[in-house]
Ligand binder design. Structure first.
Ligand SMILES: NC(=O)c1ccc[n+]([C@@H]2O[C@H](COP(=O)([O-])OP(=O)(O)OC[C@H]3O[C@@H](n4cnc5c(N)ncnc54)[C@H](OP(=O)(O)O)[C@@H]3O)[C@@H](O)[C@H]2O)c1
Length: 320
């Protein structure tokens, strides 16, 4: 089968489509024949190298694979069967086939769009969990960083189910700011050095929750915007600048971290309930996952050019 590999760190040109063996599903895993593969921005960071999370070379790309199960490994959970259409997060996703943990498969209706479906295994459940961790009170205010992005555009839509007074979404280009407005949030240009003052103008008493996966100074400025007893939810650091927080500086603010993997390990039943919940909202039309662009797998470098340019509105998809 074909699979994307990189043998050195660098720009999108280091991504190569190679012939490799079809993987064997291990215990508790399934093999999926890919119809569509959703990209994650962190893979552009891992491809460039020099981050705190570098992995051994040759590198593979993570992603959410949508397709049918073609083989079961030993000891898969009851109800998982060959022929089922699923979406699943996998660590070697940009390939014709991928193995995935059978415990957290998103079950995908036959007639559903494959690109949209790719957001039901990782991105939408994570968006939901990050919001839940924000404990947004009815009538409150939430600040969503990178609100036009893959996870961000879903969090921005799901935020309204908490009945907040104000949803504020940051983004860095006019197109993204328009998109954030269409999603129902007050857009704030994160490239404006005075962005925090713009948020303060919309929420003079501070915000009840900040959802941050940017890190660095954006995290620090966001933390300052949290009102007493409000929450800072950290779920990544795309800048590679992992926040270090002086605990005395927290005052009455509550800082919490979210890892989808950690949530799945700690609360597997609730993690599966999150997947079911986002699929339900998607199928009722309450949640509208947006595919920014679709490329053949052979053009995976174009996906990474878009990620490097921070130009995606919603998700980027590859088709094998
Ligand atoms: N905790 C978990 O379990 C978990 C799982 C998956 C992903 N994540 C994290 O979630 C975050 C979002 O992932 P995603 O795939 O949805 O990404 P994405 O939002 O589609 O893309 C990342 C966005 O971050 C913003 N950004 C700000 N500073 C940046 C920089 N220096 N370089 C690149 N982008 C920058 C950009 O938006 P603007 O240009 O609009 O600012 C960019 O479009 C990542 O930090 C990722 O590591 C966490």
């Amino acid at each position: 089968m074909r699979a994307v590999r990189f043998h050195r760190h660098g720009g999108p040109e280091v991504l190569q489509l190679e012939e490799v063996a079809v993987p064997e599903p291990a215990a508790g895993q399934v093999l999926i024949e890919a119809e569509a593969i959703g990209a994650n921005a962190i893979d552009a960071v891992l491809r460039r190298g020099g981050s705190p999370w570098d992995r051994p070379l040759p590198g593979t790309l993570t992603g959410d694979v949508v397709g049918r199960i073609v083989k079961l490994g030993p000891d898969t959970p009851p109800g998982v069967a060959v022929g089922q259409r699923v979406s699943a997060l996998t660590v070697d996703a940009f390939a014709d086939y991928a193995v995935a943990d059978a415990a957290f498969l998103a079950s995908i209706p036959d007639d559903a769009d494959a690109g949209e479906a790719s957001m039901m295994s990782l991105t939408a459940p994570l968006a939901l969990r990050v919001l839940e961790s924000g404990h947004i009170p009815a009538g409150g205010t939430v600040l969503i960083q990178s609100a036009a992005g893959t996870i961000g555009h879903l969090a921005t839509q799901l935020a309204r189910f908490y009945d907040p007074k104000t949803i504020i979404g940051t983004a860095s280009s006019p197109q993204k700011l328009d998109f954030v407005r269409e999603l129902g949030a007050e857009p704030v240009d994160i490239s404006d050095p005075d962005w925090a003052a713009k948020v303060r103008a919309l929420a003079p008493d501070g915000v009840d929750a900040v959802l941050d996966a940017v890190g660095g100074t954006v995290f620090e400025q966001g933390l300052e915007l949290v009102k007493p007893l409000g929450r800072m939810v950290s779920y990544g650091a795309i800048t590679t600048e992992v926040p270090a927080v002086p605990v005395l500086g927290l005052q009455l603010r509550i800082l919490t971290g979210v890892s989808l993997y950690g949530w799945q390990q700690a609360r597997p039943d609730e993690a599966r309930a999150d997947i079911a919940e986002v699929i339900r909202r998607w199928q009722t039309g309450e949640l509208r996952p947006v595919v920014h662009a679709t490329y053949p797998l052979t053009e995976v470098a174009r996906i990474h050019e878009t990620l490097d340019a921070r130009a995606n509105l919603g998700r980027l998809i590859a088709i094998p």
